[in-house]
Write a protein that binds this ligand. Structure first.
Ligand code: F6R
Length: 361
């Protein structure tokens, strides 16, 4: 049943190109939901854990590309913050299981004030019965406790939702290029195993990224914590100088995520290159390197400047730019966590203290 793989997690990581192809077929169902909803002035994403990281990508996408005011809220914090919901707000719940207690509590509260939409993997789960509208992620059953393929499918649904609401078919075109790129990254298995071997005995990791790469940093750090028990922290790169750079010492591994940047005009910043997340992350990379960090870079294969400031480099097709990168760039970080877990003799499918579905608050 593991299809020749040693663990379900590895099988599910390798299923991701096919999962993306399957999820892309849901576009019609998504168009139907968008037709039903209409008149949305504000969006509020709510979720926990990995699903929250998908929510955060949604915030960057809806705000920067569609200019719709959007929040991403951790479900257990929802009751303390979200008092501004109204009829013109769409509250979107992202949950693989559809049974997470914190998410269901928030859904019940939001149902009273706003339109609700649930993006769910498990058919017939509680969230699918209680939300006004439902989109299925169609990733198939996920057995590994650490979410992998369901994260990809959640992201795909969010991008398709944005493409439909914002009438931006080019986003769908970009998504269609990704399964092939995912296959190329999965072939870098040996490189990632080598990186895992180099760093498996470290006690702390830092993950950094800006903009769309910040959720990828958070998710990469979460995967590492969950299945290897190594302490990992993720920061928006710009926050480094406000404290965490004090942690860097000789040999500290820093995973830096810096895909080719998206340039957008901003109503706030005018024409300035304010979105040049790439140049700015690169200067953060130089800062940590000069303090002795070992930088593991994730970036474009033609990015010579980034490459020369890293100890290890995982390269991607240069045509995959920042705004679509979360769906692709997380894959080597899932593999890195997986291989470190196995090399440490842990069981990545059954991490200690964790359950697949958290039905208590
Ligand atoms: C991480 C993980 C958890 C879940 C979280 C939400 O690998 O699996 O962080 O993402 O418990 O679960 P769902 O999506 O079922 O609401």
């Amino acid at each position: 049943e593991k299809g020749g793989y040693d663990h379900f997690m590895l099988k599910e990581i390798h299923e991701q190109p096919q999962v993306l192809r399957d999820t892309l077929r849901e576009i019609k169902a998504i168009q139907q939901v968008v037709d039903e909803i209409r008149e949305i002035k504000r969006i509020c994403f709510v979720a926990c854990g990995t699903s929250y990281h998908a929510a955060l990508v949604g915030k960057y996408l809806f705000e920067s590309i569609l200019h719709i005011p959007t929040d991403a809220i951790i479900a257990s914090e929802f009751q303390y913050t979200a008092n501004a919901l109204d009829e013109e707000t769409l509250t979107i719940f992202i949950t693989q299981s559809g049974e997470t207690a914190d998410t269901l509590n928030a859904l019940r509260a939001a149902n009273k004030k706003s339109k609700t939409l649930a993006i769910v993997n498990v058919l017939g789960s509680t969230a699918t019965r209680e939300a006004d509208h439902v989109i299925y992620t169609r990733a198939g059953p996920e057995i590994g406790v650490a979410a992998t393929k369901t994260y990809i499918s959640q992201l795909a649904c969010i991008y398709m939702l944005a493409a439909t609401i914002g009438q931006k078919p080019d986003i769908i075109e970009d998504l269609r290029k990704l399964p092939e790129e995912m296959e190329k990254i999965l072939e870098k298995d040996e490189l990632i195993k080598d990186i895992a071997k180099t760093y498996k005995d470290e006690s702390d990791f830092l993950f950094i990224g800006r903009g769309f790469s910040y959720p990828t940093a958070l998710e990469g750090a979460l995967k590492l914590k969950e299945i290897t028990y190594i302490h990992a922290e993720a920061y928006a790169s710009g926050e480094l100088k406000h404290g965490p750079i004090a942690l860097i010492e000789k040999g500290t591994p820093v995973v830096a995520i810096a895909p080719p940047p998206l340039f957008l005009k901003s109503e706030v910043h005018g024409d300035k290159e304010f979105r040049n997340s790439h140049t700015l992350t690169l200067s953060n990379v130089k800062e940590v390197k000069s303090r002795g960090a070992e930088v593991i870079g994730l970036g474009s294969e033609d990015d010579e400047e980034f490459k020369k400031n890293t100890s290890d480099y995982i390269s991607f097709n240069p045509s995959i730019r920042e705004e679509i990168s979360p769906i692709l760039y997380i894959i080597p970080l899932q593999l890195l966590a997986y291989y470190i877990s196995v090399m440490k003799g842990e069981d990545p499918d059954h991490p200690r203290n964790l359950a697949k579905c958290v039905t208590v608050v």
